[in-house]
Design a protein around this ligand. Sequence first.
Ligand code: NI
Length: 136
Amino acid sequence: MEIAVSRKAHFNAAHRLHVKEWDDEKNKAFFGNCNNLNYHGHNYDLIVTVSGEIDPVSGFLIDMKVLGAIIHEEIENRFDHKNLNMDCEAFKELNPTAENIAVVIWNFLRNRLEKHLKLKVILYETERNFVEYNGN
Ligand code: NI
């Protein structure tokens, strides 16, 4: 029997989407407002879902206090009120699209979770646009 538990988190961050191999015109046409030279912000909402077997002794899959602390340390501390392009090592060479941010988040969290737990992240960049990554 597999069960899933989820925890929501939130961070505000600035970014600029830009491919340095493309000229300014192509970047502007492709990324639109997200190519703005002086960056712009998003209110990112994150849903972290952990799944696996319930521990028969505790009745927990994972202690939510522990999961919350991991998300705080690994994600909110790292990204909240940051300029992703300039402040975050992960995006020095990686375009901070919602897709890439979701993969980076997944990798940071994966390192902190016990091996038998499965992990999925859903990252909302706007209310309507979100991406999902489960490591596959
Ligand atoms: Ni943007």
